[in-house]
Design a protein around this ligand. Sequence first.
Ligand SMILES: C[S@@+](CC[C@H](N)C(=O)[O-])C[C@H]1O[C@@H](n2cnc3c(N)ncnc32)[C@H](O)[C@@H]1O
Length: 215
Amino acid sequence: MAGCCKPEAYERLFGARQARLDARRYRKRGLGGTSRDLVQLAGDVSGATVLEVGGGVGAIELELLGAGADRATNVELSGEYEEEAATLLAERGLAERVDRRVADFVTEPVEPHDVVVMHRVVCCYPDVDLLVGAAAAHTRRRLLLTYPRERPWTRVGIRAINLFLRISGSDFRAFVHPVARMKAAAQREGLALERRERPGLIWENAAYERLDGPG
Ligand SMILES: C[S@@+](CC[C@H](N)C(=O)[O-])C[C@H]1O[C@@H](n2cnc3c(N)ncnc32)[C@H](O)[C@@H]1O
């Protein structure tokens, strides 16, 4: 599978420069559009535990901690975000409340959390059933996803990005995965689609809820 679980392919693309840019942007302007909307979709997070998969510098979990979440775990395949993430955590005095791990979430043993977040991560992983299924299995209450809309223009855009990546020698590939596959993977783990929002032309946000409440 192209790029799957080869950390070096991810680290080339999601490297230290990207981490510096993300941290600088977050300090200056706070969360961007889709991540801000996704935090709204989380609802009341008072006392909740948050698992962010592929969370980069961790801006979303910082916001959720600010909104009352108790603690957070971030499992990120690229190790290149760690320095900037540690600086952000120290600046906000939150280092004790966040467990950051550099690993492939699909193979990393992690305990279930109340809220699980994957912001622009599904499009970076080849096996949608495996990734969304694992995220859903780790969700005690609510799973929040942001992924590219299934539209002709996103498919063309991702094809162009993949062509560029292939030419430049990268093993990483991006994907427009079918929403029906994500929904089925979440349902198999006991979650139901609660809401879908399309804030723009490119991205879609979705919230899934555990049917039988927190376990
Ligand atoms: C497009 S970036 C998005 C980063 C951040 N969530 C944001 O929106 O700024 C996708 C991230 O997902 C991470 N990622 C992809 N698959 C992963 C996996 N299986 N486990 C952990 N991280 C993963 C990549 O390393 C990358 O940092």
